[in-house]
Ligand binder design. Structure first.
Ligand code: ZN
Length: 303
């Protein structure tokens, strides 16, 4: 599998879900191995779409560097990942990625308009060396080694419109575009006042979110289980902060952006430790020291 970027620059503008401010984004082609990088028009600061750029994961994923911040990157990141684009520069004129309809569908349409182009360098998937877990009680995530990427998600909520929703998915581009990209973000009417007081959901409306009243959704749903589909979309967007495709089975229960980020960091730690062990073993062999206790985990060659 090779890396991909887009064929030509494309742009779109809209209101940010949390800031309520208008922003314009322009997606541009980028060279091999550069990954996804945000560039803030106001300061010229370049912010790599990586876990170590995350400065806030409360209700949305915000990246930043040297005081420049870009809020709510997850739906755009999900679209980039789901559409199979690895290298991309995203110029952002404003404080937040536009909410558009609250899903990743408009970003997928934008990427389709730009067209995808294959590059010379190979993709290097991340393989998981062992079972990893984050969270506890009713909110947790695990990832287990697997030859393919898979997400199994359980969402429990006492709200009658949500209840218990369970979905297991092996991502493909087609099912991403049809079954997950259109799933919209959601919020509870009873929380709106407090959220707005805290600078959140200021751009939120029935045009860019499913709003849940006491009895049900105030607008129609795109899928019967749109809520768990959106949770999976958010997780996909946050996992894209790994910067490489993932091989492993993620099993999640009632996560959120903070837990998604914990999982990303746990994966990075595990893969880094594993790689260090391989390098140390190789160095020891070179020095004539035998390390018979070292057994490489399956898939290490791909790291
Ligand atoms: Zn979301």
């Amino acid at each position: 599998m090779r890396q991909h970027t887009i064929r030509k620059p494309v742009g779109i503008e809209g209101i940010g879900l949390h800031s309520g401010k208008v922003a314009r984004i322009t997606l541009c082609p980028a060279p091999v191995d550069s990954g996804v990088v945000f560039r803030a028009s106001a300061t010229g600061e370049r912010i790599p779409a990586r876990a170590d750029s995350v400065v806030n994961s409360h209700y949305a994923t915000t990246v930043g560097v040297n005081g420049t911040r870009i809020q709510t990157v997850e739906h755009l990141m999900a679209a980039v990942s789901g559409f199979g684009v690895d290298n991309l520069e995203i110029e952002v004129d404003g404080p937040e990625i536009p909410a558009l309809d609250g899903s990743a569908k408009p970003f997928v349409a934008l990427l389709s308009l730009a067209g995808r182009v294959q590059q010379s360098a190979r993709l290097r998937p991340l393989t998981i060396p062992c079972l990893l877990r984050v969270g506890d009680n009713g909110r947790w995530m695990r990832i287990v080694p697997s030859d393919t990427f898979r997400i199994s998600y359980t969402l429990d909520n006492e709200h009658p419109a949500i209840g218990t929703q369970v979905l297991s998915w092996t991502p493909t581009e087609r099912s991403f575009v049809e079954d997950f990209a259109p799933a919209r973000t959601y919020g509870f009417l009873k929380d709106l006042g407090l959220m707005r007081k805290n600078g959140l959901a200021r751009g939120g409306s029935l045009d860019n979110a499913i709003v849940l009243g006491n009895r049900g959704a105030l607008t129609g749903l795109r899928y019967r289980d749109e809520f768990v589909r959106h949770k999976i979309l958010d997780l996909l967007g946050d996992l894209a902060l790994l910067g490489r495709p993932l091989q492993g089975h993620v099993i999640a229960r009632n996560g959120g952006h903070a837990l998604n980020l914990e999982l990303v960091l746990a994966i990075q730690r595990a893969v880094g430790l594993e790689r260090r062990a391989v390098l140390e073993a190789a160095a020891a062999l070179e020095n004539g020291v035998r390390h018979e206790s070292f057994v490489p985990a399956p898939g290490l060659a791909a790291i």
